[in-house]
Each structure stands twice: as structure tokens, then as C-alpha cells.
Design a protein. Structure first.
Length: 155
């Protein structure tokens, strides 16, 4: 029986607002009700980011809705969550994050083939307004070229 990767939440604005330089995979330390809520797809990556603090990688502003069938031990929706990576990878990231203008943002949360919750992180540089306009113009130009080619193939 082959298991596939199940994407729980994606950050669609990330590729619009940032230049993605590198991507990393990290585990995420969760409580029981958080895992159950994630399996139901109740998560939002909007405005979330990661930071290196005291040699640990921490994810902030990830919203995981409380589990409906949870009791008084239900989790806090926006608590900081520890990310699990090898120490040397964290230190390498810390060195890169000290560069001006670089940040660490989550692109998606998913369950891998073994059923473990993972976060895909991106080392990113923020886009300026003119960069966003340029990207939109390039996208429109590509769309027009594809449209013209389709029309030409029909005739």
C-alpha cells in the first residue's frame, strides 16, 4: 500500500510577495489535538514566519484551529511551535538569516508518506512593488503568447 503526501495548508501569497531562494523541510512539534485538527485540514499559514532563537527554530503565527472534539486540554491556536531540524542546518540557516532582507517563511504543511507532519520552509527575500508589477507583466505576456500559439494551432 503506497501512501501519498497529503498537503494540509499552503501559503499561496508567499511566491507573490517573496523571491524564494532555497527550500528546506522541517518536522514540527505538535500536541495531540493539533495533529487531529491538522489531519482535518484546519490550518492557515497566512502571515506566519520562522525565526532562530536560542539555537532552536520556532514557527510563529501558524493558526491551527482547536479540535472540535477536544476537551479542556485543547491547544492554543496561534502558539509558537518548535521546528525540528539538525543543529548544523539550523546554524547554517541562522548565518544566512543574518544577511540583510532575508526571512524564513513556511510554504506548506503536509503529512509525509510515514504520516509525520512536516513544514516546507523557504529562505526568501521580500519583493518590492516594482518587482511584483514586473512579475505580473511577464505572466501576462506568457499568457498572451500561449493564447496566440493555441489560436495558430487551431487554424
Amino acid at each position: 500500500m503506497e501512501r501519498k503526501i497529503k498537503v494540509v495548508a499552503g501559503n499561496r501569497r508567499a511566491r507573490h510577495d517573496y523571491f524564494i531562494l532555497e527550500t528546506y523541510e522541517a518536522g514540527i512539534a505538535l500536541t495531540g489535538t493539533e495533529v487531529k485538527s491538522l489531519r482535518r485540514g484546519k490550518a492557515s499559514l497566512q502571515d506566519s514566519f520562522a525565526r532562530v532563537e536560542k539555537g532552536e527554530l520556532v514557527l510563529y503565527d501558524l493558526h491551527i484551529s482547536p479540535y472540535e472534539a477536544g476537551n479542556i486540554f485543547n491547544h492554543e491556536p496561534k502558539r509558537p511551535r518548535r521546528l525540528l531540524m539538525h543543529k548544523q542546518e539550523i546554524m547554517r540557516l541562522y548565518g544566512k538569516l543574518r544577511e540583510k532582507g532575508l526571512t524564513l517563511i513556511p510554504l506548506k504543511i503536509y503529512f509525509n508518506e510515514r504520516g509525520l507532519a512536516k513544514v516546507e520552509l523557504a529562505l526568501a527575500k521580500g519583493k518590492k512593488l516594482y518587482d511584483k508589477r514586473k512579475a505580473a507583466a511577464e505572466r501576462d505576456a506568457q499568457r498572451e503568447i500561449a493564447k496566440a500559439l493555441r489560436r495558430r494551432q487551431k487554424t
